[in-house]
Design a protein around this ligand. Structure first.
Ligand code: PGA
Length: 249
C-alpha cells in the first residue's frame, strides 16, 4: 500500500499574506479532508520558514530547487542544507521550468538529487516530454533517458518521488488522456524496477500538469499514479484540499 502524496508547487507566487492558505490547508488536513494522503507545499523559499509554522506539523514543506553544493561562493543560490535547516523535508528537482529557463541538464539535476540526499531531503524528480516530442512519438524515449540520466545510484522508495509532468500540460489546462498517463507511468514504474529491484514498486510516481478539482478523481485513479504535483490549483487552499479530497475514504 503506497501512501499517496499531493504536492503543491507555488512557483514564484506568494507573499506573506499567502501564509493563510498554508494555515487553511493545515486545518483541512487536520480535520480529515484529505484522508490518508500525505500533503506537501512548496512555497517560494522566502516563505518557507514561516510556512513551517503555519503548517502546524500536518503539512510537509519543500523547496522548489536547490544548489548542488552545500555552501560556498554561489550568490543567490540556496543549498539543500539551507532548506532542511528551515524545516523542509522535500525538494522539487528538474522541474521543466528550471530545465527550460535555467538550462538545467540531466547531469545538473543528477548532482542536485545527490545534494538533496546529502541534506536528508526527499527529491521530487520531474520528467516529461514537450509537445514537439509527443507529436514526434518520442515521449517514452524522452522520459526514459531523463529518468536514467537524472537519477543517481542509491534511489529507493524511502528517498525518492518521481513526478511525470508533460511540459505541454503545465499551466495550459490541457491534460493527457488517462490511457496516455497510464502508459507513461507504467513505463516509469518498469524502468525503476528494472534498475532498482522490486522495492521500486513502492516509489511514488506523481502526475503533474493542469491537475484541478474537476479532473483529479480521474487522473489520480490511474494505475501507478500515486499522487499529484499541482501548480496553479495549489495556490488556493480550497482547490488544493479538494484535489486531495479524492483520497478521503
Ligand atoms: P500546473 O503546474 O498544475 O499549474 O499545470 C504543475 C507544475 O508545474 O508542477
Amino acid at each position: 500500500m503506497i501512501r499517496p502524496l499531493v504536492a503543491g508547487n507555488w512557483k514564484m507566487n506568494g507573499l506573506k499574506a499567502s501564509l493563510g492558505e498554508v494555515l487553511a490547508v493545515a486545518e483541512g488536513v487536520a480535520s480529515g479532508a484529505t484522508g490518508d494522503a500525505e500533503m506537501a507545499i512548496f512555497p517560494p523559499a522566502t516563505l518557507l520558514y514561516a510556512a513551517t509554522v503555519a503548517a502546524k506539523g500536518v503539512v510537509a514543506l519543500g523547496g522548489q530547487d536547490c544548489a548542488a553544493d552545500a555552501d560556498g561562493a554561489h550568490t543567490g543560490d540556496i543549498s539543500a542544507e539551507m532548506l532542511a535547516d528551515l524545516g523542509a523535508s522535500f525538494v522539487i528537482l528538474g522541474h521543466s521550468e528550471r530545465r527550460a529557463d535555467h538550462g538545467e541538464t540531466n547531469e545538473i539535476v543528477n548532482a542536485k538529487v545527490k545534494a538533496a540526499w546529502r541534506a536528508g531531503l526527499t527529491p521530487i524528480l520531474c520528467i516529461g516530454e514537450t509537445q514537439e516530442e509527443r507529436d514526434g512519438g518520442q515521449t517514452l524515449d524522452v522520459v526514459g533517458w531523463q529518468l536514467r540520466d537524472s537519477l543517481p545510484e542509491g534511489a529507493s522508495a524511502a528517498n525518492l518521488v518521481i513526478a511525470y509532468e508533460p511540459v505541454w500540460a503545465i499551466g495550459t489546462g490541457l491534460t493527457p488522456t488517462v490511457e496516455d498517463v497510464a502508459e507513461v507511468h507504467a513505463v516509469i514504474r518498469q524502468s525503476l524496477v528494472d534498475r532498482l529491484g522490486e522495492g521500486a514498486a513502492a516509489i511514488r510516481i506523481l502526475y503533474g500538469g493542469s491537475v484541478k478539482p474537476s479532473n483529479a478523481a480521474e487522473l489520480l485513479a490511474v494505475p501507478n499514479v500515486n499522487g499529484a504535483l499541482v501548480g496553479g490549483a495549489s495556490l488556493n487552499a480550497v482547490d488544493f484540499l479538494s484535489i486531495a479530497g479524492v483520497y478521503k475514504a
